[in-house]
Design a protein around this ligand. Structure first.
Ligand code: PLP
Length: 396
């Protein structure tokens, strides 16, 4: 009998992928599905990206292997962006690495920094690639629950000392998926200091750096003194430019970590399509003007969903960043029960907090990724399902 590895057996099912199949079946049955599940908005990529891709795809060299070097034009555009946006100067050739989406770098980083048995600190709820990468690398995972009463922050010094001593890598993500929490500067400073003190690599996932509202500006970890000694930061074109399927992001930061990640990746992939990297360079160079309408569009959607939920008796504060509302589930039902009732009874896809790990129980995540009218309809469907739980005697 053929068996897969113990590491694969330890991996939880990747929930978002499983939901896609159920959604397909419901649509085939004629159900009017509203999908507020994955962080994949219905916005179009910038026209300049499509045009640049079209042009680049016609160049014969663009069809060759990219290798980890990738497009120098892309690396340089990233360095210019880091300077303009964060006032952080980086060497495009040694401190930047093109990625096949930031997930590529996040999931492969553990192979570059962990040996079997090393402790990897993983926040829960959190983006599942952290846990997956750590498990596949044979790490001993230290789950840290993100709690509302602690502002969804991971405090390294609260990890038991014998575990902290063995920790080699921590994943942090602010603005945060799924909680939409942001990190105060003082928090980032003390976390960098703790990583330096304990020799821990800080993987800072900044995929939502540009999806911020109401004047909030998300920092780069590299703005803080000492970060470059321990940190690698991850950026993505997916969320802010409607380019999830293009698969383009980058890692930036500590040179040895860039080298290590690049070495790992050189054995598993040959870099993002060069034409996509060239299109990415065009987008990044004009990020400020392109992002303004995107942010405004998400702000309108955020406010529409918050207001619509409020009108049906579900209250939550408008988040300062991301495309997510992290909504508490009424007592007496689990997040999985609520998500599955919404899907099966109302054709509404949301994510149970538990798909982000046990620490996500008690909440559901709603992505404000469709037009306001559909978001209002989603709120009505949600209230019908919650009323149903109350009517059947489950406390709501
Ligand atoms: C927190 C976070 N990081 C990284 C990613 C990966 O994005 P991509 O691989 O498309 O760049 C996502 C996608 O949902 C995310 O939510």
């Amino acid at each position: 009998m053929i068996e897969t590895s113990r590491r694969v057996a330890r991996l939880p099912t990747y929930a978002v992928a499983a939901i896609a199949e159920r959604k397909r079946q419901l649509i085939a049955q004629g159900v009017d599905v509203i999908d507020l599940g994955a962080g994949d908005a219905d916005i179009s990529p910038p026209e300049i990206a499509v045009e640049a891709l079209h042009r680049a795809a016609q160049q014969r060299d663009a069809s060759r292997y990219a290798f980890q070097l990738g497009s120098v034009e892309f690396r340089e555009a990233v360095a210019r962006y880091m300077q303009r946006r964060f006032n952080v100067q980086v060497d495009p050739m040694t401190e930047v690495l093109p990625l096949i989406g930031s997930k590529d770098g996040l999931a492969h980083l553990p192979f570059a920094v962990l040996d079997p048995g090393d402790v990897c600190v993983v926040p829960e709820p959190g983006y599942p690639a952290y846990l997956g990468g750590a498990i596949l690398a044979g790490a001993d995972v230290e789950i840290v629950p993100l709690r509302p009463e602690a502002d969804f922050l991971v405090e390294l010094e609260e990890i038991p000392p014998e575990r902290l001593a063995r920790a080699k890598l921590v994943f942090l993500n602010y603005p945060n998926n799924p909680t939409a929490a942001i990190a105060p500067h003082a928090y980032l400073e003390r976390t960098i200091a703790a990583c330096r003190r304990h020799g821990i690599v800080l993987a800072f996932d900044n995929a939502y750096a540009e999806l911020t509202f109401d004047g909030y500006r998300a920092p780069s970890i590299l703005e803080f003194s000492g970060a470059r000694d321990v940190a690698l930061e991850f950026h993505s074109l997916s969320k802010s430019f409607g380019m999830t399927g293009w698969r383009l992001g980058w890692a930036v930061g500590n040179q040895r970590l860039i080298e290590g990640l690049s070495k790992v990746k050189s054995y598993v992939d040959t870099g993002p399509f060069l034409a996509v990297q060239q299109a990415g360079a065009a987008v990044i160079d004009r990020s400020e003007e392109l992002l303004e309408p995107v942010r405004e569009g998400f702000r309108v959607r955020r406010d529409s969903l918050v207001t619509a939920l409020h009108e049906v008796g579900i209250s939550c504060a408008p988040p300062p960043a991301t495309m997510y509302l992290w909504v508490p589930v009424p007592e007496g039902i689990t997040s999985g029960e609520l998500a599955s009732a919404l899907l099966e009874r109302e054709g509404l896809v949301i994510l149970a907090g538990s798909v982000f790990g046990g620490g996500g129980e008690g909440f559901v995540r709603l992505s404000f990724i469709v037009e306001p009218e559909r978001l209002r309809e989603a709120a009505v469907r949600m209230s019908r399902v919650l009323d149903g739980f109350t009517a059947t005697g489950r406390r709501a």
